[in-house]
Design a protein around this ligand. Sequence first.
Ligand code: NAD
Ligand code: WQD
Length: 337
Amino acid sequence: MAILVTGGAGYIGSHTCVELLNAGYEIIVVDNLSNSSEKALERVREITGKKLTFYKADLLDKEALDNIFKKEKIDSVIHFAGLKAVGESVSMPLKYYHNNITGTITLCEVMQKHGVKDIVYSSSATVYGNPETVPIREDFPLAATNPYGRTKLVIENLLKDLHVSDNCWNIVILRYFNPIGAHESGKIGEDPKNIPNNLMPYITQVAVGKLEYLGVFGNDYDTPDGTGVRDYIHVTDLALGHLKALEKLKEKPGVSIYNLGTGKGFSVLEMVKNFEKVSGRTIKYRILPRRPGDIAICFADPSKAKKELGWEATRDINKMCEDAWRWQKNNPNGYND
Ligand code: NAD
Ligand code: WQD
């Protein structure tokens, strides 16, 4: 029996594929490569020395999905596929609602048809909006502030409703905080198609000389140094959380929700300093105005995942910076090198 990994060629998906293969799972990847490269999957094979099956297909293509479910013996699904750029979602809401929500509906319809009702879903800390306090627990109020975040909330509710309609559906929702870093081999990592939106790939591209300087979005927040604070988590720790979620699916069917974060917050300037220390490079930066929609501080209470999944992040901020740097240094142009 195999695990279907949607979006498995992407950043988090490819790292999860490595850990799944290392743990002995058989995997089938479905990805339309809209934000990824098939080379990532070649590298996954190279790192693990194991085989995986890949279908280039769109989740919106019901017939293609149906054929995959007919052909393969699929036991459970890990559902990463989706568009994730917050700014783009504001200018292209229809594209985001259509791809993320309709894609998930199509996937669930095909799963239902084939009697596959076990799913792990990639949600995000963005569903907490601007939390009143930190650390953030799973029972905090939900309030997305942009179309991307709203697709995450709609899908969380859709999955909960599915379980209410048929309690054989077995669902684990994982709310990721800020995934960064790369596999320690330096062979796979985050490969943004254009100028990076997120902090760490921006820093690594400044370090490698592709970008001139980092714009720090605001230094007047109510945080120790005035810059935004986030809960950065190593992508391999995050990937390992999915293996724990698969084990959870073997228990009585239900809907379980977990924060995957470290529980520690780092500011933008702390990230710059840590990166400079491990890379030996200087990161030029300039203070810019706040980025609309940003919040001051966000970090998880990850204790529920520790208690119920036996999962905990173990890789520290230096390891995150070290691995992100190795990936960028070895692949200055990402998978295009
Ligand atoms: P990514 O863009 O690297 O990976 C997503 C993958 O899905 C890509 O390979 C893309 O080609 C594929 N895809 C998109 N739409 C598809 C469709 N209709 N059919 C088939 N494939 C499709 O992003 P990622 O960072 O690996 O994120 C994975 C998931 O985790 C996403 O759902 C994202 O919203 C969520 N998430 C990401 C972060 C983050 O900061 N990276 C944080 C929280 C949650
Ligand atoms: C981190 C900090 C910025 C870039 C986003 C999504 C969220 C989730 C994770 C998917 C903030 C600052 C950033 C730069 C900067 N994704 N920054 N200069 O905004 O916490 O979360 O990715 O679900 O939904 O919103 O992450 O990496 O963009 O920013 O100063 O060039 O770095 O202001 O304080 P964010 P990020």
